[in-house]
Design a protein around this ligand. Structure first.
Ligand SMILES: [Ca+2]
Length: 191
């Protein structure tokens, strides 16, 4: 919690490093064949406070992450951002673009809040939420494990946004972000 209080809650549009890396990899070869069918799952919540125009994404945990390392388990962290089209420009919480890294842990408990202020309801509904899970590698480029891309408007219930989701991770699309999936009602959870 002390880490979070140090960072500003300002939201800024910037180039998503991970997306740029994946886009390049994708262009070099067909990535689909690299991706295992079971990439694990992620639990998170999405909440919008209309009075202060703030969206909070709480990344709770990931489960059954595949190992991307030769020895041992993955060292996962999650990147959290919004996009509005198929570009590498992403809206991030400035200074807090990712969770802490959990060493050698296939079932990491993150429990970190990503706070986006001054978001208008209408623009928020035009965005896609991305959570991408990466394996930290010392001395080489980190590996993408899997991620989620979901339309914010799919998460609205009775004109409010307050949901808990537990869903499978998916591989990358050619734009460098995770493949988009329509919300499956089975993914809504009580956490
Ligand atoms: Ca690693």
């Amino acid at each position: 919690m002390s880490f979070k209080s140090k960072v500003t809650n300002e939201s800024v549009w910037m180039e998503e490093k991970g997306a740029k890396m994946l886009q390049k990899k994708y262009a070099e070869r067909n990535l689909d064949s690299d991706y295992k069918s079971n990439l694990g799952r992620i639990s998170f919540s999405v909440k919008y406070d209309k009075s202060c125009k703030t969206t909070t994404i709480r990344v709770l945990r990931a489960q059954n992450l595949p190992s991307m390392d030769i020895i041992g388990e993955s060292d996962p962290y999650a990147r959290v951002y919004f996009i509005k089209d198929r570009s590498i420009l992403a809206l991030v919480q400035k200074g807090h673009e990712k969770t802490e890294t959990k060493k050698d842990e296939p079932n990491p408990n993150f429990v970190e809040d990503f706070i986006f202020q001054s978001m208008h309801w209408e623009s928020l509904l035009s965005y896609k939420l991305i959570i991408s899970v990466w394996d930290y590698d010392y001395g080489s480029k980190d590996d993408f494990i899997g991620g989620v891309r979901i339309s914010m408007k799919d998460l609205v219930l009775e004109n409010t946004l307050d949901v808990n989701i537990d869903m499978p991770l998916h591989g990358p699309d050619s734009d460098g972000h995770p493949i988009e999936k329509d919300l499956d009602p089975n993914w809504l959870s009580s956490n």
